[in-house]
Design a protein. Sequence first.
Length: 486
Amino acid sequence: MASQQSVEPFDLVIFGGTGDLAVRKLLPALFHRFLDGQIPPNSRIVGVAREGLDDTGYRAQLREALVQICDAAKLDEFLQQVFYRALDARKDAGWDDFAALIKAEPEHVRVFYLSTSPELFVDLCGRLGQHGLNLGQSRVVLEKPIGHDLASANRINDAVGKVFSESQTFRIDHYLGKETVQNLLVLRFGNALFEPLWNSAHIDHVQISVAETVGVGHRAGYYEHAGALRDMVQNHMLQLLCMVAMEPPSSLAPDAVRDEKLKVLHSLKAIDAGNAAQLTVRGQYRAGVAEGDHVLGYQEELGGSKTGTETFVALKAEIANWRWAGVPFYLRTGKRMPDRVSEIVVTFKPVPHSIFDAGSGTLAQNRLVLRLQPDEGVKLWLTIKHPGPGGLRLRHVPLDMSFAEAFGVQQPDAYERLLLDVVRGNPTLFMRRDEVEAAWRWAGPILAAWAASGEAPRSYAAGSWGPSASVALIERDGRTWHDDNE
Ligand code: BG6
């Protein structure tokens, strides 16, 4: 039986309260925590946006959205703890009343979740500071992307830092809240088996793939200015890479873990104009068939405008340190792929010598596959003898542990854990300022190299695994992208 940590009464304010993230992720996550008794009865959740709604109108909007994805029982009870305030970050109206509402519960932990465009972070923090809402047990949560590049990230972090201290600032990367990512920590550091092999002497290469079937759809306005490198690689995928590659932290204390991740980011080899053409591939989907339907290409979704924004990236990263020298980390992410699958695949080196006849079959390399979604779980691919009489035949089969089957529980959404970590004041799974900066320092030269090359992203059909150059990127090294069905 899972034991639950208690939660102090809190007020959680979501700026961007009518937005996609709030409605699709944050409020369902809070509702699930409510069902598990983790939202103390006098806690308040306050949605803030510019739309002129009141509490009743907001609750009705949320009800309509939440019944589609959550169990409706108890929803109304939950919604009684939800409120709404119409505010504009750039206008004074309403801020005094809002401050009075929050200050009415001086003992509550206060969480200000900025789920808005990063341009508003500075104004919003300014307002919160001006009204003294940064005092006491206050925390601010910054959604990614934090800026557009290193300079804009610094501007945002400086401005936020004038109002909230670093220990009050929670830069969220929801991939760190995913069960399998936490399990990676436990697998690596809770078992004696893997760590002795976790280095360049035994690991051949690592693949990190995040493939989505969805297109950009109604998020095109945001996405067009971001692209896959800023949207997925600079944050989620680098964070996964850090979790795979970091040295054992001395404890799970927030800075112990974050110090180790930072060292990995600092050790990434530069990709710039000199090598980007060999080490990176970017693509953009055109019309095609995805999940059985004909779907538009990215440019058509944008109303036919010509754009060089990438919806797919594959790249080969390397970490220049003793543990990882010479071990490629292949990263791949894209929209409109044939399957939704996110996984980390660690491929071990082949055995040094085979004692088996050529007729026994090939000796495949061991693989450890950590599946983030769907069907979270861990598979360890081993070579065994095919059962039965006759000659000795080798088979490559997985030791397969699906978390849902093993534990019979639905895995909680990443935001459920992370939101409560903020309330509890535990920043272990959040990015420290220097991590965000180091990630931009690595990503910036790649973006600059692409811009300088003047080349358009390679086109790929929606519903395919990206441009063929992505296959060539890994096959040049005599390797292939992992396919679980092989
Ligand atoms: C977000 C990106 O951070 O992560 C989206 O902005 C992406 O473009 C999403 O779709 C993927 O998250 P998940 O949890 O569905 O894999």
